[in-house]
Design a protein. Structure first.
Length: 364
C-alpha cells in the first residue's frame, strides 16, 4: 500500500493514509522527499518523535532538520538559510512553531514539494482542547495550494477521520485504509483478581523488552518496584517525571538495562523500539484508539509478539465510572445546544454532523 500512496503523492494528489502502527507510515513521505529536488515539510506533535526521525534519517545519509520550539529568531533564520542552501530533504516542525509569522514568511522561500501531517488524529483529539494550533493547519493549503499533502494516522474512527479531512481541507483527498490486523501480534484477555501476581507470571520468562501500562502514576512506581523485588528489571515512566528523569528512564529501557517499562499513557507517541515482545495492560483502556496505538508498539520487527489485557469485575466498573464522569450532564448539553442554535440562527437538527467555527468569547 505504501507504493500506491507514494505514487499518488508523486502525481501531486492529496492523500489520507490510515495505516497500523509499525507498518512504515513514515516511508510514505520520506521516499517522495528524497526523489528529485525540493523539501518535504513534516508536521509532528512531539519533539522526541521529530528528533528521533531526524537522527534516523541522518544515519542513512539523508539531510533533515528539526525547527525546535525554543529557537531564537536568529537561530530560526539561520536554520532556514541552511534549509535553503544546504541540500536538505525534510524539515520537521510542530503545529505551534508553524504559527510564527517569521516561520511562515521563511517557508514561502523554500522549494517545498510535499507537506506531511503525521499522527493526524491529534487534530481531532487535541486540536479542540489543549493544542488549538492543530485546528489552524489548514493555512498550509492557503499558503501552498499547489503542493500535495498527506495526513497519516494509525487510528482514526469515522468521526476522527472526517474531522481530519475537514480541518485540513482534504475533502478531495484519496483515502488509503489498511486493516489493523497484524499476523504477528496475538491479543489475549486475562481475567484475574491479582494483577501483580499474574503480571510476574507473564514477564518472568520474557527475555526481550516489554511495556506494562497502568492507570496512575502511583501504580507505575508500585508495579515497577514489585517487579524489581522479584528479579525482573523494571523502570517507571509517568507524566510527573521531569524531562531529565524521563530521558534517563527511557534510555535505561532502550539500552535494555531495564527490560520492562511500567508506564502510564504518557509513554506514548515517539516510542519506537522494534523488538518489544510484549505489551501488558493492567487497567482497562478508556478508548479503543489509545489501546490500538499502545499494543501496536509490540512486534514492530515482524516477529511474534503478545498483548495482554488484565481485568476483573471491579476494573470494568471503574472504567465505566470514569467514562460516565467525563461526560457532561445531559440537561447542560441541551442548554448549550439551544444556545448554539440561537447563536448560529439555525433550527435544531440543521447542519447535523457539520463543523461550524465560532468565536468562543463572543458566544459566552
Amino acid at each position: 500500500m505504501q507504493e500506491e500512496i507514494i505514487l499518488e503523492l508523486l502525481k501531486g494528489r492529496d492523500v489520507l493514509a490510515v495505516l497500523p502502527t509499525g507498518s512504515g507510515k513514515s516511508l510514505c513521505y520520506q521516499v517522495p522527499a528524497v526523489i528529485g529536488d525540493g523539501i518535504c515539510l513534516v508536521v509532528s506533535p512531539l519533539v522526541a518523535l521529530m528528533e528521533d526521525q531526524v537522527k534516523g534519517l541522518e544515519k542513512r545519509g539523508i539531510r533533515a532538520l528539526h525547527l525546535g520550539g525554543g529557537m531564537s529568531r536568529n537561530e530560526t533564520v539561520t536554520a532556514f538559510d541552511n534549509l535553503l542552501f544546504g541540500k536538505y530533504k525534510l524539515v520537521y516542525a510542530s503545529p505551534e512553531k508553524l504559527q510564527s509569522e517569521l516561520v511562515q514568511e521563511k517557508l514561502r522561500q523554500l522549494p517545498l514539494k510535499l507537506i506531511a501531517i503525521d499522527e493526524a488524529h491529534c487534530i481531532s483529539q487535541w486540536g479542540h482542547d489543549f493544542r488549538p494550533s492543530y485546528l489552524k493547519l489548514g493555512f498550509l493549503h492557503e499558503l501552498f495550494p499547489e503542493i500535495p499533502r498527506i495526513a497519516l494516522t494509525a487510528t482514526a474512527t469515522e468521526r476522527v477521520e472526517k474531522d481530519i479531512l475537514v480541518q485540513l481541507g482534504l475533502e478531495k483527498a484519496i483515502a488509503f485504509r489498511s486493516s489493523l490486523f497484524r499476523d504477528n501480534l496475538s491479543v489475549g484477555l486475562v481475567k484475574t483478581q491479582n494483577n501483580l501476581g499474574r503480571l510476574v507470571q507473564i514477564l518472568r520468562d520474557k527475555t526481550e523488552p516489554a511495556i506494562v501500562y497502568v492507570g496512575t502514576r502511583k501504580d507505575s512506581i508500585v508495579y515497577a518496584q514489585y517487579l524489581r523485588d522479584r528479579g525482573i528489571p523494571a523502570g517507571s515512566y509517568h507524566g510527573g517525571l521531569d524531562s531529565r528523569e524521563r530521558a534517563l528512564a527511557l534510555e535505561d529501557w532502550l539500552n535494555e538495562s531495564k527490560k520492562v517499562m511500567v508506564a502510564t499513557n504518557a509513554f506514548g507517541m515517539g516510542i519506537d523500539k522494534a523488538n518489544v515482545r510484549c505489551v501488558v495492560h493492567c487497567h482497562v483502556p478508556l478508548s479503543i484508539e489509545s489501546y490500538i496505538q499502545e499494543i501496536g508498539r509490540a512486534g514492530r520487527d515482524e516477529k511474534p509478539a503478545y498483548a495482554y489485557l488484565l481485568y476483573h469485575e471491579q476494573s470494568l466498573t471503574e472504567a465505566q465510572e470514569i467514562v460516565s464522569n467525563s461526560m457532561a450532564d445531559p440537561v447542560f448539553c441541551k442548554r448549550v445546544y439551544k444556545h448554539l442554535n440561537d447563536y448560529f440562527q439555525i433550527a435544531q437538527g440543521e447542519f447535523r454532523e457539520s463543523i461550524l467555527g465560532f468565536d468562543l468569547f463572543d458566544f459566552c
